[in-house]
Ligand binder design. Structure first.
Ligand code: ADP
Ligand code: GN1
Ligand code: MG
Length: 367
């Protein structure tokens, strides 16, 4: 580890370096020096992200762009280049490392404790979306191609059913049928994207609440982190994935499905924050936000089920059929969101109207 730390221009001598946070993808460490400086050092997961250069070029471009648009450094991530001036370091074992200043007095929540916190998360993701409106989306590398392309997720799912590598398909007939019965609906956003009914924007694509930093004391939003999946996408992806995770009444792997439903109050809190901060959405984009919550939840369930059928290679599991348990919560939640859609549309429309100075929507330029 010392060899790695020595390659970054940290202020002072390292006092300690400890594993930090509870991310599921990268290995994260906090480095503290004798001058009291703190840094985040991360080993990038190269199984999930094989194109590290493409990934880090994205992060360098996005952090520079956001950094130039915020008022204080705590409102944006800043990349610290290596002493050789590179965006990341490749160590002798082929591990890839990057560093950021540690954002002081921040907290990152694993689940929503208060509606006000989720409102703040809505502000953070809404601001991110808004600030990125004029960023040329076409210059970003697709770090995971077709990440939220739901029809292509379905194609992969159907290949996994046909191959039935683990001999599990027979035990998940009901789940397979549920997913397939919604395939047509699940592809709606993608069809709208392809026909340019919805503009392609720069989106974060992994908008769980633990990818937002709040001020430790005031719980006001500071910034969004974990920019690995920033790619061209739809506003409804980011809105939807936040709702999927943050407005659910149970954990992603809850086994008592009667506990899993949508918390409409939390949906409202997030919508208020998101739409207050993001003034650049078209009326059609606004209208599709609740549908994004349904689509992202169903898609996530399909991804978990695919991984279960393929033998659990992608998502880390803690026990046998963990991905099946996760799939079931997502399908239960997707069905509940779907039932609530008319009400959710009203809430979103109401939150959108609440913004009096809403100007003309700024649609990103085609590129
Ligand atoms: P993963 O992709 O594994 O989820 P993240 O980039 O989200 O990794 O980082 C993991 C955790 O590290 C976060 O949940 C957060 O607690 C913490 N963290 C990351 N970057 C910073 C930062 N710049 N300042 C403070 N904490 C951070
Ligand atoms: C993964 O790493 P984490 O837990 O933030 C996944 C998301 C899924 C999520 C489900 C790069 O995110 O797309 O929605 O699990 N990230 C990647 O919990 O695939
Ligand atoms: Mg994270």
């Amino acid at each position: 580890m010392k060899n790695v730390i020595d390659q970054f221009p940290f202020a002072g001598e390292t006092v300690f370096c400890e594993p930090y946070g509870s991310g599921h993808i990268n290995d994260t460490y906090r480095v503290v020096t004798d001058l009291g400086a703190q840094y985040i050092l991360q080993r990038i997961n190269t199984y999930v992200f094989p194109d590290v250069k493409g990934l880090m070029d994205n992060i360098a471009a996005v952090t520079a762009y956001l950094g130039a648009r915020v008022e204080t450094p705590r409102e944006a991530m800043t990349l610290i280049p290596t002493k050789r001036g590179e965006h990341y370091l490749t160590d002798e074992q082929g591990g890839c490392w990057r560093a950021y200043p540690f954002i002081e007095s921040s907290v990152c929540l694993q689940r929503v404790e208060q509606p006000a916190d989720f409102y703040e998360c809505g502000l953070a993701f809404g601001r991110f979306q808004d600030m990125m409106t004029d960023f040329p989306a076409g210059t970003l590398n697709e770090t995971i191609p077709d990440f939220h392309n739901t029809p292509s997720r379905y194609e992969k799912f159907k290949r996994a059913i046909a191959a039935d590598r683990m001999g599990r398909a027979g035990s998940v007939r009901e789940e397979i049928e549920f997913a397939l019965s919604l395939e047509e609906e699940a592809g709606r956003l993608q069809r709208m994207r392809r026909s340019d009914e919805l503009p392609t924007r720069v989106t974060h694509n992994d908008t769980k609440i633990n990818n937002v930093l709040l001020d430790r004391y005031s719980h006001k939003a500071l910034c969004v982190i974990d920019l690995d999946t920033v790619m061209p996408g739809l506003a409804a992806y980011d809105f939807g994935d936040s709702i999927r995770f943050g407005a659910a009444t149970a954990a992603e792997d809850e086994t008592d499905l009667s506990r899993m439903r949508l918390d409409v109050g939390l949906f409202e809190a997030f919508s208020r924050g998101f739409l207050q901060a993001c003034r650049s959405l078209t009326p059609q984009e606004i209208e599709t936000l609740p549908f994004g919550a349904f689509t992202m939840t169903l898609e996530c369930g399909v991804r978990f089920l695919t991984d279960d059928l393929e033998g659990d290679h992608y998502f880390k599991i803690k026990h046998e059929r963990h991905n099946l348990e996760r799939c079931r919560t997502q399908f239960t939640l997707a069905a509940d969101i779907r039932r609530h859609l008319p009400k959710l549309k009203q809430i979103v429309a109401c939150c959108a109207q609440r913004e009096p100075e809403r100007g003309e929507p700024r649609v990103p330029a085609r590129n």
